[in-house]
Design a binder for this molecule. Structure first.
Ligand code: PEP
Ligand code: MN
Length: 246
């Protein structure tokens, strides 16, 4: 038994960038490659993602290295572009978008869904979103991801809620996968390690980690770790995973 790891850049920026990361990630024994092509940015002038061509770069790189691709769909209009994507990500901002949940479930009932917890979502609201997927025909794995919530605390970008992870595991056991996203919770690369390991300790089945090359990423640069750091994180998380499940 080992943690499931999804790794890759915040956004697909070029064919070369995603291929290099795919190659590095696959050498570490990782099976899932993430990369956003439609990005939910706070400001309209920020890079919005490469769109359809970004999806192509991601899925081609993933196939080349026998990885499963993971990417976020933001709009029901784009659903057809995700035919070759292996895992459909529903982002934190869209967890409450019931129309999107219904259409993802109906269009891709057999594709695994990565559902990120809304950053203001209560546990019953997350469970409600899971029920929407099921009711509208989704019939494959669901990965629910804790990625930090909004609280009064301004220590980090978001407050990483390990209690949510522990309680979801208690309620659902092995019926759904619970993942921890320490990258978006921390917002800083130096805190990705402790948050990742605390998520695993709390019962997470795996991690989703933002990874960068040496050049500066266009989005979420401060929280992305490089491939060497990722390698160390995997070693540590495998150990904590085993130690905390005895
Ligand atoms: C992401 O994973 O790239 C992302 C935008 O995450 P979230 O929806 O959790 O903010
Ligand atoms: Mn990001």
């Amino acid at each position: 038994m080992e943690p499931l790891i999804i790794a890759g850049p915040c956004a697909v920026e070029s064919k070369e960038q995603i291929e290099k990361i795919a190659s590095g990630v696959s050498k570490l024994g990782i099976k899932f490659l993430r990369g956003g092509a439609f990005k939910p940015r706070t400001l309209p002038d920020s890079f919005q993602g490469l769109g359809a061509i970004g999806i192509n770069f991601l899925t081609e790189s993933a196939k080349k290295y026998s990885l499963k691709s993971v990417s976020e769909v933001m709009d029901t209009e784009d659903l057809e572009l995700f035919r070759e994507v292996d895992v459909i990500q529903i982002g934190s901002r869209n967890m409450f978008n019931y129309s999107l949940l219904k259409k993802v479930a109906a269009r891709y009932p057999k594709k695994p869904v990565l559902l990120k917890r809304g950053f203001s979502a209560k546990i019953n609201e997350v469970i409600g979103a899971l029920k929407y997927l099921k009711k509208y025909g989704h019939n494959s794995d669901v990965f629910v991801c804790e990625r930090g919530i909004r609280t009064f605390s301004d220590s980090l970008r978001f407050t990483f809620d390990v209690g949510f992870i522990a309680e979801m595991k208690r309620r659902f056991g092995n019926k759904i996968f619970i993942l921890a996203d320490p990258s978006h919770a921390a917002g800083r690369k130096d805190l990705v390690f402790p948050l990742a390991l605390s998520g695993i300790c709390a019962g997470a089945d795996g991690l989703i980690i933002e990874v960068r090359l040496e050049s500066e990423p266009i989005c979420d640069a401060q929280q992305a770790i490089n491939l060497k750091e990722l390698e160390r994180l995997i070693v540590a998380s495998k150990k904590v995973f085993l130690d905390s499940r005895i």
